[in-house]
Design a protein around this ligand. Structure first.
Ligand code: PEP
Ligand code: MG
Length: 896
C-alpha cells in the first residue's frame, strides 16, 4: 500500500492524474486530469481504493494514517474555494461520491450537501438570499445521509414529503414554500431520530466521516455485487471516495444541471447529446423523475454557458481521444464540470465512433480495433424490426437503445426474474414507470425495456444501452396499473402476459408481435472488420449444419466450417414430409433386427446426408469443412416412454409393433448417456454407420468438384479416448473413401482427424496425433468431463457456485484457463511435437465448443497457438474482433 492516502485536485492543479484509475477510481483520476488541463472543476480530494481495501481489512474502519490527510486536504479545498467547512455564516458544503476503477453507474452511494446543520442552513439562506434553496438542500441531506449512511428507509422520508404535499394541496416538490421546507426538515429530523435513536448530527466532520464509511460500505452492497457479477468485473481493490466542494444547480433560474455525451451514444453520430434541467440537482436528471430538456435547447436559455460547454466538449475529446460522458452544473451562471469519463455506448455507436475517429486521424486503425468490446457487436447483430412489416404504432417515446424487441409484458423486475427462471426461452418486455438499480437483475433477463418517464440519461436508458438491449423511455402515453396488472397505452389496454413490441431505434411502441430481420455487415461495421482482419492470426470458422447457416456465416466472414453436427440433420427437412422421412430413416437403422435391414435403412440415410453435405460444401466453396461422424447415443432418435403417441406414430411409420419400439428403447436406456454408448463407440460397434457417413461425405465432395467448386473435407471422429479407437476408425474410413473414389473414378483430397474432448485424449495427445491429421477441441465435453459437471444438470448449484465465487464465471461460457486450459495447452504441445516427429507435419488445431464465440476464451486460444476457432454464425464477427485484439494485445505486451 502506498503511503499517500488522499489526493487533492482543483484550481488548475492536482496530486494525481488520469492514469491513476486503479488507485483513484475512474472518477477521481478524471477529476484530477480535468483540473490539470484547465477544465473548471470544483476543488476536492480523492481517498484511494487502497484505503477501501484497508477499511475492510481492519473490520470496516478507516485506517488511522488516512485521517490527518483527509483533514489536510479539506483545508486545501477550503483555501481553493474560499469557504470554510462548518462555518455557519457561509459554509463550504461537500459531496461524497464513490468511484471505482471501472464505472458502476448508480450502484454505490452518493451523499450531497454535507456540512449543512441547523445553523449553517440558516447562514446559507441569508448568504444566498435564497432560503428556499437552503432548506431544500438541508432536507435532501437529511434524507440522503439518513438512508445511505445510517440505514433509515428512504420510503419513510418519501412518505413525509407526500403527506406534506397532500396537506398543502400541491402537486410538485417545487410548489412547496420555504416554510413548508422548514417544516419538512423538522419532520425528516423526527424520522431520523426515531430510526437511528440519535439526533441528526450537527457536527459536519461527523457527517463527513460517516458518509465516507457509507460509500466504502456500498462497495459490498447487494446491488454493487450483483452488478459486478453481471458485468464480470473482478480483481478491483475497492472504490475510491471523492469529496468535493458542492456547487448548486438548484439556486434559481440562472442555475441548472445536466449530463451529456460528446457524441450520440446510441448511433455514434458526432453530435452533442444529452439533457439538462434548470433549477435542479444532478440526481433529478438521472432519476427520471422530471423529464429533462434536450441539451440543444440550452443554447437559447444560457447561450454563454452553452458556448463554453461546446468548447469543453471539443477540448475533452481532443485530450482523451475518446467519446466522453460528462456531468455539469451551472451555479448562478458559472459552469462547473463535475465529471468526465469514457461514455458507455451501444455496439453500433462504438463501431461508428472508433471508425470515424480513425478516419479523422484522432486515433489509428489498430486503436480503433482495440476500442470496441467484441461482445458489444452483439448489438449490431441484433434483429431489427422488419421495415416491411405492417405495424400500428400506438405511442412514441424516446429512442434510448436501438434494436427491435417483441415479448410478453411484465410489470416488475421480480416478475421478470421469476418468469425467466421457469420459461427461459420466453421474450419479455419489462414495462415500468422508471427503473432503478434494484431492477438490474430483471432488466438483465428482459429482451427490451419500456418506461413511461425519464430521458436519454435515465437509469433504464444507460443500463439498456450498456447491454445492447432495445429500450424506449419517457413514453408518457404509457400508464401502468400495478394492482390490475395492466398497462394502458394511448387507450389500448395491455395485460401482463400480452405481447408488446418496442423499437429502440425510433421510440415506437406497438401492440402485439412484429417480425424481425437479420442484420447485415456493411458500412463502418464492415470497415472495422477489415481492419481487424489485418491483425488477427487465428482463422475464424463456423459451426453450421445447414446451407442457410453456412451462407449467413460466410456473410459474416467465416473461413470454413469447424463443426457440422451430422445428427442435427435428422430433425430438419425441406418440408414436413421430408422431415418425417429423415427421422424415420435413422429409426429404421436403430430398429433393424438384421444386418440387411440395417443396410436398407442406412441407404436411405445416406441420401439425406449426401444432399446436406453437398449444400454445405457448395456454400463453403474454397474453404475447409469439418464433418463430424454421428455423436449422440442412438436412443436420442427414438420417442421416449413419456411420449406414447410418438412411439405409436414411429411404429406405424416403420411398420413395426409399438412393443418393438418400446423394447428397443429399454435396451438402449442408459443411466449416464453423456458417458454412454456415443461418439466413436458407435462406429466401433456398428462400422456400417461410419462407413455410410464417410461414403456420403466423399460422394458429396466428388459431386461438388464436378460443379467446379473446391472443398477440403475433414472427417472428424468424436469422443476419442485412446489412440487405438482412432487407428481402427481411420483405417476403415480410408478404405471406404478410396473405394468411393475408385467407383466414381475421381480423386479428391480429404483428411481424418479427431475431437479432443475427453481428459484422457488430452493427456494421450502424443500417440493420438500420430494418427490424427487435425485436432478440434470439443470444449463443451472437455469442460463437462474435466469438472465432472453435466452441462445439462447444473440448475441445482450453478447460481450458488457463482454467488460463492467458486466459479468466477460459468466454465461452459468462458474457458476455465486454470484447469481445462492446462489440458488444452498440454494436448497442443504434445500433439504438435508428435505429429512433427512422426510425419514432419504441422498438426492443425482448432476448437469447436461453445467457447469459440467467447472473447475471453478466444484470447486464450490465440495464446496457446491454435490455428482456428469455430463458433455459431452470429458470433463470427465477435470472434474476428476478439482474435485481432488478442494478437494486438500480445504485440503490445511484447513491446513493454
Ligand atoms: C463439444 O463437446 O464441445 C462439442 C463441440 O460437441 P457437442 O457439443 O456436440 O458435444
Ligand atoms: Mg462433444
Amino acid at each position: 500500500m502506498s503511503t499517500k492516502h488522499v489526493y487533492f485536485f482543483g484550481g488548475g492543479t492536482a496530486d494525481g492524474d488520469g492514469k491513476m484509475k486503479e488507485l483513484l477510481g475512474g472518477k477521481g483520476a478524471n477529476l484530477a486530469e480535468m483540473s490539470k488541463i484547465g477544465i473548471p472543476v470544483p476543488p476536492g480530494f480523492t481517498i484511494t481504493t487502497e484505503v477501501c481495501a484497508a477499511y475492510y481489512d481492519q473490520g470496516k474502519k478507516i485506517p488511522n494514517a488516512a485521517v490527518p490527510e483527509i483533514e489536510a486536504a479539506l483545508k486545501k479545498v477550503e483555501a481553493a474555494f474560499g469557504k470554510t467547512f462548518g462555518e455557519p455564516a457561509d459554509p463550504l458544503l461537500v459531496s461524497v461520491r464513490s468511484g471505482a476503477a471501472l464505472s458502476m453507474p448508480g450502484m454505490m452511494n452518493t451523499i450531497l450537501n454535507l456540512g449543512l446543520t441547523d445553523a449553517s442552513a440558516e447562514g446559507l439562506a441569508k448568504k444566498t438570499g435564497n432560503p428556499r434553496f437552503a432548506y431544500d438542500s438541508y432536507r435532501r441531506l437529511i434524507d440522503m445521509f439518513g438512508s445511505t449512511a445510517m440505514g433509515v428507509e428512504h420510503e419513510l422520508f418519501e412518505h413525509e414529503i407526500h403527506t406534506l404535499k397532500h396537506e398543502k394541496k400541491v402537486k410538485l416538490d417545487t410548489d412547496l414554500t420555504t416554510d413548508d421546507l422548514k417544516e419538512l426538515v423538522k419532520r425528516y429530523k423526527a424520522v431520523y431520530k426515531k430510526a437511528v435513536g440519535d439526533d441528526f448530527p450537527q457536527d459536519p466532520r461527523t457527517q463527513l466521516m460517516l458518509s465516507i464509511n457509507a460509500v466504502f460500505n456500498s462497495w459490498n452492497g447487494n446491488k454493487a455485487i450483483q452488478y459486478r457479477r453481471i458485468e464480470r468485473i473482478t480483481g478491483l481493490k475497492g472504490t475510491a471516495v471523492n469529496v468535493q466542494a458542492m456547487v448548486f444547480g438548484n439556486m434559481g433560474d440562472s442555475s441548472g444541471t445536466g449530463v451529456a455525451f460528446t457524441r450520440d451514444p446510441n448511433t455514434g453520430e458526432n453530435v452533442f447529446y444529452g439533457d439538462y434541467l434548470i433549477n435542479a440537482q444532478g440526481e433529478d436528471v438521472v432519476a427520471g423523475i422530471r423529464t429533462p430538456e434536450p441539451i440543444a435547447k440550452l443554447d437559447s436559455e444560457m447561450p454563454k454557458v452553452y458556448a463554453q460547454l461546446m468548447g469543453i466538449r471539443q477540448a475533452l475529446e481532443k485530450h482523451y481521444t475518446e467519446m466522453q460522458d460528462i456531468e455539469f452544473t451551472v451555479q448562478d451562471g458559472t459552469l462547473y464540470m463535475l465529471q468526465t469519463r469514457s461514455g458507455k455506448r451501444t455496439g453500433t455507436a462504438a463501431v461508428r465512433i472508433a471508425v470515424e475517429m480513425a478516419k479523422d486521424g484522432m486515433i489509428d486503425e489498430t486503436t480503433a480495433v482495440m476500442r470496441v468490446n467484441p461482445d458489444s457487436l452483439n448489438h449490431l447483430l441484433q434483429p431489427q424490426l422488419d421495415p416491411k412489416a405492417k405495424v400500428e404504432v400506438v405511442a412514441q417515446g424516446i429512442a434510448a437503445s436501438p434494436g427491435g424487441a417483441s415479448g410478453i409484458v411484465l410489470l416488475s423486475a421480480e416478475a421478470v426474474v421469476a418468469h425467466a427462471e421457469k420459461h427461459p426461452k420466453d421474450a419479455i418486455i419489462l414495462v415500468r414507470k422508471e427503473t432503478s438499480p434494484e431492477d438490474v437483475a430483471g432488466m438483465d433477463k428482459a429482451k427490451g425495456i419500456l418506461t413511461s418517464t425519464g430521458g436519454k440519461a435515465s437509469h433504464a436508458a444507460v443500463v439498456a444501452r450498456g447491454w445492447g438491449k432495445p429500450c424506449v423511455v419517457g413514453c408518457d402515453a404509457v400508464r401502468i396499473d400495478e394492482a390490475a396488472q395492466t398497462v394502458s397505452i394511448a387507450g389500448h389496454v395491455v395485460k401482463a402476459g400480452d405481447f408488446l413490441t418496442i423499437n429502440g431505434t425510433t421510440g415506437d411502441v406497438m401492440i402485439g408481435k412484429v417480425p424481425t430481420i437479420d442484420p447485415t455487415m456493411t458500412g463502418d461495421f464492415g470497415t472495422l472488420m477489415t481492419w481487424a482482419d489485418k491483425s488477427r492470426k487465428l482463422k475464424i470458422r463456423t459451426n453450421a449444419d445447414t446451407p442457410a447457416d453456412a451462407a449467413k456465416a460466410r456473410e459474416f466472414g467465416a473461413e470454413g466450417i469447424g463443426l457440422c453436427r451430422t445428427e442435427h440433420m435428422f430433425f430438419t427437412g425441406a418440408d414436413k414430409a421430408e422431415k418425417e422421412a429423415r427421422i424415420a430413416s435413422i429409426r429404421e437403422v436403430i430398429l433393424a433386427e438384421t444386418a440387411d435391414a440395417r443396410a436398407a435403412g442406412l441407404a436411405k440415410v445416406l441420401v439425406f446426408q449426401k444432399k446436406d453435405f453437398i449444400g454445405l460444401f457448395a456454400a463453403m466453396d474454397g474453404y475447409p469443412v469439418t464433418i463430424r461422424l454421428l455423436d449422440p447415443p442412438l436412443h436420442e432418435f427414438l420417442p421416449k416412454d413419456d411420449n406414447p403417441k410418438g412411439q405409436e406414430d414411429a411404429a406405424r411409420d416403420l411398420g413395426v409393433s409399438v412393443e418393438r419400439v418400446r423394447a428397443r428403447n429399454d435396451e438402449l436406456h442408459e443411466f449416464n448417456p453423456m458417458m454412454g454408448f456415443r461418439g466413436c463407440r458407435l462406429p466401433i460397434v456398428y462400422p456400417e454407420i461410419g462407413d455410410m457417413q464417410v461414403r456420403a461425405i466423399i460422394e458429396a465432395v466428388i459431386e461438388v468438384k464436378r460443379q467446379g467448386k473446391s472443398v477440403l473435407p475433414e472427417i472428424m471422429i468424436p469422443l476419442i479416448g485412446t489412440a487405438d479407437e482412432l487407428t481402427i476408425l481411420k483405417k476403415r474410413a480410408i478404405v471406404v473413401a478410396e473405394d468411393t473414389m475408385a467407383k466414381a473414378g475421381v480423386k479428391v483430397e480429404y483428411q481424418v482427424g479427431t475431437m479432443i474432448e475427453l481428459p484422457r485424449a488430452a493427456l494421450m495427445a502424443g500417440p493420438i496425433a500420430e494418427e490424427a491429421e487435425f485436432f478440434s477441441f470439443g470444449t463443451n465435453d472437455l469442460t463437462q468431463m474435466t469438472f465432472g459437471v453435466s452441462r445439462d444438470d447444473m440448475n441445482g448449484f450453478r447460481a450458488a457456485y457463482l454467488k460463492e465465487k467458486i466459479w468466477a464465471v460459468d466454465p461452459f461460457e468462458s474457458i476455465d484457463v486454470a484447469g481445462v486450459g492446462q489440458l488444452i495447452d498440454l494436448a497442443i504441445q504434445k500433439g504438435r511435437a508428435s505429429r512433427q516427429a512422426k510425419h514432419g507435419q504441422h498438426l492443425k488445431v482448432g476448437i469447436c465448443g461453445e467457447h469459440g464465440g467467447d472473447p475471453e476464451s478466444v484470447f486464450f486460444f490465440h495464446k496457446v497457438g491454435m490455428d482456428y476457432v469455430s463458433c455459431s454464425p452470429f458470433r463470427v464477427p465477435i470472434a474476428r474482433l476478439a482474435a485481432a485484439q488478442a494478437a494486438l494485445g500480445q504485440k503490445a505486451e511484447g513491446n513493454k
